[in-house]
Design a protein around this ligand. Structure first.
Ligand code: AQP
Length: 354
């Protein structure tokens, strides 16, 4: 039975509690991001920005999920570099390691162990129905790794290890959180109450920022062409050029809506970067054409990324600081994860308790 129907929360940042919540009463939140390339404004607007805003309200665990990145062919040196790069970008964007746990997934072995155990309560048919697998496999099911197929179970392990209550994700991850709920519910029914059954926390806006060169495709770190991707490390001229060259819809009006995927995407990016709503922007650019709109959007993106890029530069010159943050984060995560795993092994009748 699917546990999905009445469970998925849809809330914006604005609906987070208005005052700081005492530490002991904070709800547990787990968020993960793959070091599969340089993070981009889709990752920022769809995920990181919300993570930063919600830090004071929740007990957050932020994980750089390098084991997940192995689900596609990966070069070891590039993986390590991307892992450090992503950790640095998260800190530069405002993730505060004094408030939240930040660590690298493979530094806490319990993630891989729990994945294997959860495989035993996951059905092959459930995994076969995952649309992300179908998208990423691109019809090459025979050639892709088993890890790509099993990706959602590792994600379930990430979430369930920490008694997570909320999982803030983009819309593309909704199905994986629903599967996590099903796995947790099934495990609890079979072995006794062990896991908290989490809810997805999906922001209605920014949930899916599309590629600038193809508004039907999600902006992705691993996209074949970087022309459609604004990375958090792009310099000002590159950002302006990518936006100037972004595809537009037929016509010349700066309007969003059905039949206007490109402008809807650009207006969404603009609105999420600042204080204007999409309709206020439509009004401001009525009759002004695409040129003026794109030029202002370029400047808005450059301005929004400038403080993050400044901090990124500072952090890049202190790699020992980033390494210390990750080591401390891994220690804190391991303490929680090992306690949960002891319980899981016991429930499942594993080991001799030595
Ligand atoms: N285009 C996007 N718009 C809004 N949110 C997005 N996210 C990713 N792309 C967009 C959100 O970022 C979080 C971390 O994602 P991830 O790195 O774990 O995996 P992903 O969704 O597969 O991200 P990418 O950038 O598309 O990477 P690759 O190219 O490696 O697949 C998630 O909350 C996701 O929703």
């Amino acid at each position: 039975m699917s546990a999905k129907a009445d469970v998925v929360e849809e809330r914006g940042v604005a609906t987070a509690p208005s005052e700081s919540v005492p530490e002991s009463a904070r709800r547990r939140v787990f968020s993960g991001m793959q070091p599969s390339g340089t993070p981009h404004i889709g990752n920022y607007l769809g995920a990181i920005k919300h993570w930063v805003a919600q830090q004071v309200f929740y007990d957050n665990v932020f994980c750089i999920v390098d084991l997940h990145a192995l689900s596609l062919p990966t070069d070891p040196a590039a993986l390590r570099q991307n892992t450090i790069g992503l950790a640095t970008a998260l800190l530069a964007a405002g993730i505060d390691p004094n408030q939240s746990i930040v660590f690298v997934q493979s530094d806490v072995r319990e993630h891989a162990e729990l994945c294997w155990l959860l495989n035993s309560v996951t059905q092959f048919g459930e995994l076969r129905r995952m649309t992300q697998f179908k998208d990423k496999a691109g019809g090459q099911d025979e050639a892709v790794s088993a890890a790509l197929f099993d990706y959602p179970v590792l994600q379930a392990a990430d979430i369930l290890l920490y008694d997570t209550e909320l999982v803030p994700v983009g819309d593309d991850q909704r199905q994986h959180v629903e599967l996590t709920r099903d796995i947790a519910t099934r495990f609890n029914a079979r072995y006794g109450e062990t896991f908290v059954v989490p809810k997805a926390d999906i922001k209605p806006e920014g949930a899916r920022i599309m590629a600038l060169d193809d508004p039907t495709a999600k902006m992705s770190k691993s996209a074949a062409s970087q022309n459609g991707v604004i990375s958090l490390t792009d310099d000002a001229d590159t950002i302006r050029r990518k936006i100037r060259r972004s595809v537009t819809d037929s016509g010349s009006d700066v309007v969003s809506g059905p039949g206007k995927p490109a402008l809807t995407n650009l207006l969404t990016i603009y609105a999420l970067l600042g204080d204007d709503t999409v309709s206020a922007l439509e009004e401001r650019y009525a009759g002004k054409g695409y040129g003026a709109f794109k030029s202002d959007l370029g400047e808005a993106v450059v301005a929004a990324l400038a403080p993050i890029q400044r901090r990124l530069g500072e952090l890049q010159s202190e790699p020992e600081h980033v390494a210390t943050v990750l080591a401390t984060g891994a220690d804190r995560a391991r303490t929680r994860a090992s306690a949960k795993m002891a319980q899981v092994r016991d429930r499942m009748g594993l080991g001799l308790g030595t």
